[in-house]
Design a protein around this ligand. Structure first.
Ligand SMILES: [Zn+2]
Length: 130
């Protein structure tokens, strides 16, 4: 929208929220919202808006680092901890990472991993291959 583009240009020139608001007959809060929304990037992998880095990309990176050198018993503790995680998107990300390490590093097969994660063997394989 033309108005939004003008608002963004003015904000980038450090024109104050109140000044822009008056010019377009909207509230300063609305100006701030338009600027924030338009100025945000969206992560293509997680479809999530972010300012500096996508939360889920960051989670993926830190979680992978955290589990990559764990012995099997500690990795199994992570599997258990997953059931207490209440952010659905985080569970999906962590589960995928755990499957990868259980298979590649700890050499469990899909059926064994399935039992641990209470999923059938083919859904584990799908997650692994995704
Ligand atoms: Zn992301």
């Amino acid at each position: 929208m033309n108005r939004d583009i003008k608002i963004i240009e003015l904000r980038k020139k450090k024109v104050r929220l109140g000044t822009i608001a008056k010019k377009f007959g909207i509230t300063p809060e609305r100006v701030r919202q338009i600027y924030e929304k338009r100025n945000r990037a969206v992560c293509k992998i997680h479809n999530s808006p972010y300012k500096k880095e996508c939360d889920y990309c960051l989670l993926e990176k830190t979680y992978r680092k955290r589990v990559q050198n764990l012995p099997l018993n500690k990795t199994l503790q992570e599997v258990l901890a997953l059931t207490k995680e209440n952010r659905a998107k985080a569970v999906v990300i962590k589960r995928k990472i755990l499957i990868k390490f259980l298979k590649d590093t700890h050499e469990l097969n899909f059926s064994e991993i399935g039992r641990l994660l209470k999923r059938d063997h083919s859904s584990i394989r799908n997650l692994y291959e995704k």
